[in-house]
Design a protein around this ligand. Structure first.
Ligand SMILES: C[S@@+](CC[C@H](N)C(=O)[O-])C[C@H]1O[C@@H](n2cnc3c(N)ncnc32)[C@H](O)[C@@H]1O
Length: 396
């Protein structure tokens, strides 16, 4: 039995190697390897199906995962997810201890499901996925290892109910696939708070397919069962409705959610939190809908330099959530021009040109938590007027 996360990670790396996955930290090396392994025809097909999948149609998504499951493609494609597998695999393993029957929803080709089943021969695992080609690969790989505590089924939870009952359901990168969906707008451009509008929540859950997936998974979960969830819900506008969907179904936080960070080759990825949830628990951690700290807190106008670090650069620039706090703290703020646009669904964009104690500023904020504050000397304020006009022109 493995205990430390280092031991789990080492075993997981051996497991990933057994799948033919390689770890790369340089784009150049990764793409050279990709070109050796895949023809330009393969790469074109992959790019085409990835593009179709982004349009959000169910059949296109299945077609992409069927293609991705081809034995020559999956090692190359999923090597990009090497560090993701490490992060999720190690964290999930640490929470498998008490479970007896585990469902891995949207298991893909079963890379992690098989890892868990190898580590815990005394537990039973079921992996389900709606990509039949992925399920075939997963089952073949499990059979090769002679695993008797694991089976895979081709099920589309959007259209089919689940059979069986589980004391742990794992769903990683499978519940909210609609990456292009911005989520739930805040009440106005001035705040990060979301109102409690049930129709907006319902609309998010339905258009992303989250409602039916969660309802069916919750029905398959024992009355005091646990759920492990990690999705691409890093942005507050997606995190809030996602968390509300979980909470509305009686799932409570069993521990404080942790943000997941990893690299896909050279790109730093910050994923949504890793949630450990429990059904019907008394002892819970409170849900948090606050924006995260972004490391740029502690704004002080007095600390703004009098000359820019680079000739054309601003004196101060903040494109993070904390730009709002900085804008609120500008002293003797005078607004010279401002515009606010409002869409039919309530979304807003605000842009503002102003001055504060001899400095010129431009501030932009919208209801999807984007914030931008740029400050220059008054002598260069024409630069901000030009940005202001660009935004106004784009919106008209
Ligand atoms: C990004 S992959 C994630 C695979 C795996 N969970 C992981 O973390 O590597 C998403 C998987 O979810 C599956 N999936 C999405 N919606 C599904 C549904 N309604 N029913 C079953 N599988 C689904 C897709 O076919 C795909 O294999």
């Amino acid at each position: 039995m493995l205990c430390s996360s280092d031991e789990i990670r080492t075993t997981l790396r051996d497991h990933l190697a057994w799948w033919g996955l390689k770890h790369f930290s340089s784009d150049r090396d990764y793409f050279a390897w990709q070109r050796q392994r895949l023809s330009s025809e393969d790469l074109k097909r992959l790019a085409f199906h990835a593009d179709q999948k982004r349009q959000g149609d169910r059949r296109d998504e299945i077609a992409f995962y069927d293609l991705a499951a081809q034995p020559k493609i999956y090692p190359v494609l999923y090597s990009q997810r090497y560090e993701y597998y490490e992060e999720i695999g190690v964290r999930t393993t640490a929470h498998l201890g008490h479970a007896k029957n585990v469902l891995d929803f949207g298991c893909g080709i079963g890379v992690l499901t098989i890892f868990y089943a190898r580590l815990f021969p005394e537990k039973n695992f079921v992996g389900i996925d709606r990509s039949s080609a992925s399920v075939v690969v997963a089952q073949e790989k499990a059979d090769k290892l002679g695993l008797r505590n694991l089976r895979f089924e081709c099920v589309d939870v959007e259209t089919q109910s689940l059979s069986g009952s589980y004391d742990l359901v794992v769903a990683t990168h499978a519940l909210v696939q609609a990456e292009q969906d911005l989520g739930l707008p805040s009440q106005s451009w001035r705040t990060f708070e979301r109102g409690g509008n049930p129709s907006q929540q319902l609309s998010f859950e339905q258009r992303t397919g989250l409602a039916i997936r969660l309802d069916r998974l919750c029905r398959a979960l024992d009355s005091s069962g646990c759920m492990i969830v990690n999705e691409k819900t890093r942005q507050l506008a997606r995190r809030v409705p996602f968390q509300r969907a979980l909470a509305n179904r009686g799932l409570q936080l069993a521990e404080r959610p942790a943000l997941i960070r990893y690299r896909t080759v050279e790109e730093e990825v910050e994923d949504g939190p890793f949630y450990l949830l429990r059904k019907g628990s008394q002892d819970t951690t409170a849900w948090d809908e606050l924006p995260e700290e972004d490391g740029l807190q502690g704004f002080s106008q007095d600390a703004i330099p009098t000359a820019p670090a680079e000739p054309e650069g601003p004196l101060y620039e903040n494109h993070q959530l904390s730009a709002q706090a900085a804008w609120e703290q500008l002293k003797d703020r005078e607004v010279t021009r401002e515009m606010t646009w409002e869409g039919p669904d309530g979304r807003q964009l605000h842009v503002e040109r102003g001055s504060s104690r001899g400095l010129a500023y431009l501030y932009c904020a919208n209801t999807f938590d984007q914030r931008q504050l740029v400050i220059v000397e008054q002598a260069r304020s024409a630069m901000l007027d030009a940005y202001y006009q660009e935004i106004v022109d784009d919106m008209s």
